[in-house]
Design a protein around this ligand. Structure first.
Ligand code: HEC
Length: 139
């Protein structure tokens, strides 16, 4: 009798463990995507330093290989004084808001054909959202 109830306890424990594991799997699979973070400007700043700062400064008037990104949010494309844009960027006629920046950074040449920005695109959705969040702070 003791033996049976001991194995019953083990079975109950195994079921409890399995249920817990299943709950974790569900939480990971179901909750994480919907809990995807909104724009995180701090994280975006780190990404920016890694991938964009080779070519872009964020201080006003400081053009490097690319134009300064100071005040980029809300700015007309191709409008930095004294920066020698490509014809593609000059003629893009975009306003850089969160949506256009997101599309552009995912695929620069797709959104601005003829751009001389030698960058293939930031494919990671979350990193892109974060960078766009950071760009919004540059004012
Ligand atoms: C290899 C250099 C390089 C890298 C890396 C780079 N850019 Fe650029 N970027 C440029 C150049 C050059 C231009 C000007 C394009 C033109 O005139 O065709 C540009 C243009 C832009 C523009 C349009 C500016 C305007 O005034 O219309 C934005 C926005 C921009 N870059 C954001 C970024 C961000 C954000 C990153 C990082 C994810 C990045 N760039 C990475 C070189 C670069």
């Amino acid at each position: 009798m003791g033996r049976i109830s001991a194995s019953g306890d083990r079975r109950a424990a195994a079921v409890a463990r399995a249920t817990f594991t299943l709950a974790l799997a569900l939480a990971a699979g179901v909750l994480l995507p919907t809990a995807a973070r909104a724009q995180d400007a701090e994280a975006g700043k780190a990404v920016f330093k890694q991938v964009c700062s080779i070519c872009h400064e964020v201080a006003p008037g400081r053009n490097r290989i690319g134009p300064t990104l100071f005040g980029i949010a809300g700015r007309k494309s191709g409008s930095v004084e004294g920066y020698n844009y490509s014809d593609g960027n000059k003629g893009a006629n975009l306003t850089w808001d969160a949506a256009t920046l997101d599309r552009y950074l995912a695929n620069p040449r797709g959104v601005v054909p003829g751009t001389k920005m030698a960058y293939g695109g930031l494919k990671d959705d979350q990193k892109r959202r974060d960078v766009v969040g950071y760009l919004g702070t540059l004012k």
